[in-house]
Design a protein around this ligand. Structure first.
Ligand SMILES: Cc1ncc(COP(=O)(O)O)c(C=O)c1O
Length: 373
């Protein structure tokens, strides 16, 4: 199978460890097990002792009842049987696309997005049609363009809400229109919702599975739960055929998720409000720091992100984004992700959900760098 290099992952693998100011990170400042236990009100010593008694079997093949109930609680009307635990959202996306897309199908993917959504179907031989998100449209799907891209062979429309890298959020009325377009050709809507869960104003954030029976939501513990180290993700859908086919595939590529990962994820999901409160504080504070910096720095511009953990920031220098990011890292120790990894030149992706001090200092270093360039 011929598959393109996964640009953003390759970039992170190569440079992440060299960063002094890691503003390429997309998880809300990761927590330790101890912090998780404190947020959950558990006694650290007794919890760790109980963990020591955990038998390291394959355990619950389809996920423990606590895990399934915890994931279901993130949606409006989802039952445990609608949930398939996977190895991260990356495992979920891979499983959905490789299971449902064949070489005779076409599918529509937004761009920019996480590269899995267009490079995996392309590698299968499917006809991938790109729906470009633009600054002029506030990085929201242009519905007329979407209508022109679908036909009776469209198997799936894949979107990413909140969007990585732009931080845009598709409001419910636009989502309903996307669903109408999908329904007109009987297509699935895969919605990568890995950044969903924490709204600025504490409101519930709608999911595709709340709105569409052929909607498939992908989520994980990595971003808004700050627990990428558990490598726990999931597929949620009410579509029986998709559930059945994904389960069939899962026997080949997953068997079950790790028993320790399941236990820690279940605990976090049972105390999601405490984790979300911590993380909402970080996100709102850091979004304000980023916004102030953009407003005070004439060399850059962006559309203020309203959700997620990242922003796409354009700079006014004539230098390709890869070259700029490497130079910035080597000279100032600041790591961004080049817009080029998302096919968006002249811009960088800034992950702003790390600690506030790193963010402030990293942004100041970038200003210094731009003025010296
Ligand atoms: C949009 C999107 N989907 C999926 C993933 C994979 O996340 P996970 O750590 O849950 O595998 C990422 C990671 O950066 C992402 O940005």
């Amino acid at each position: 199978m011929d598959i393109k290099t996964f640009k953003v992952e390759r970039w992170m693998n190569e440079y992440e460890e060299q960063a002094v100011y890691n503003l390429a990170e997309t998880c809300v400042d990761s927590i330790t097990i101890k912090e998780l236990l404190e947020l959950a009100g558990e006694d650290v010593d007794s919890y760790m002792r109980s963990l020591a008694d955990l038998r390291l079997s394959y355990s619950h093949i389809f996920g423990s009842p606590q895990l399934l109930a915890g994931i279901a609680s993130l949606y409006k009307d989802v039952k445990p049987q609608h949930v398939i635990p996977t190895h991260g959202a990356i495992g979920a996306n891979n499983q959905v696309i490789t299971t449902l897309i064949g070489r005779d199908d076409n599918m529509v993917s937004v761009m920019p997005t996480y590269q899995q959504h267009y490079s995996i179907p392309e590698s299968i031989g499917a006809d991938v049609r790109i729906l470009q998100l633009t600054l002029e449209d506030d990085y929201l799907p242009n519905l007329d363009v979407l209508r022109s891209l679908v036909d009776e062979k469209t198997k799936m429309i894949t979107i990413n809400n909140p969007n990585n890298p732009t931080g845009s959020w598709i409001p419910v009325d636009i989502m309903q229109e996307i669903i109408e377009i999908a329904k007109s050709v009987d297509a699935y809507v895969l919605c990568d919702e890995v950044y969903r869960g924490i709204a600025e104003d504490e409101r519930y954030m709608h999911s595709i599975v709340d709105l569409y029976d052929k909607g498939i939501s992908v989520g994980s513990m990595s971003k808004v739960f700050s627990m990428a180290g558990v490598r726990m993700g999931w597929i949620v859908t009410k579509d029986e055929a998709a559930l059945h086919l994904c389960h069939e595939r899962r026997d080949y590529d997953t068997i079950s998720c790790g028993v320790v990962d399941d236990a820690l994820s279940s605990l976090a999901l049972a105390h999601k409000e405490a984790i979300f409160a911590r993380n909402r504080g970080i996100l709102n504070k850091n979004r304000a720091i980023l916004d102030q910096w953009v407003n005070e720095t004439p060399e850059v511009k962006y559309l203020r992100p309203v959700a997620g953990t990242t922003a796409l920031v354009y700079y006014n220098k004539d230098i390709p984004s890869q070259e700029l990011c490497k130079k910035l890292l080597f000279e100032k120790g600041v790591l961004f992700t080049p817009g080029e990894c998302f096919e968006m030149e002249g811009a960088v992706r800034i992950g702003y959900a790390y600690d506030s001090k790193t963010l402030r200092e990293g942004l100041d270093k970038f200003t210094e760098f731009l003025r010296e360039l």
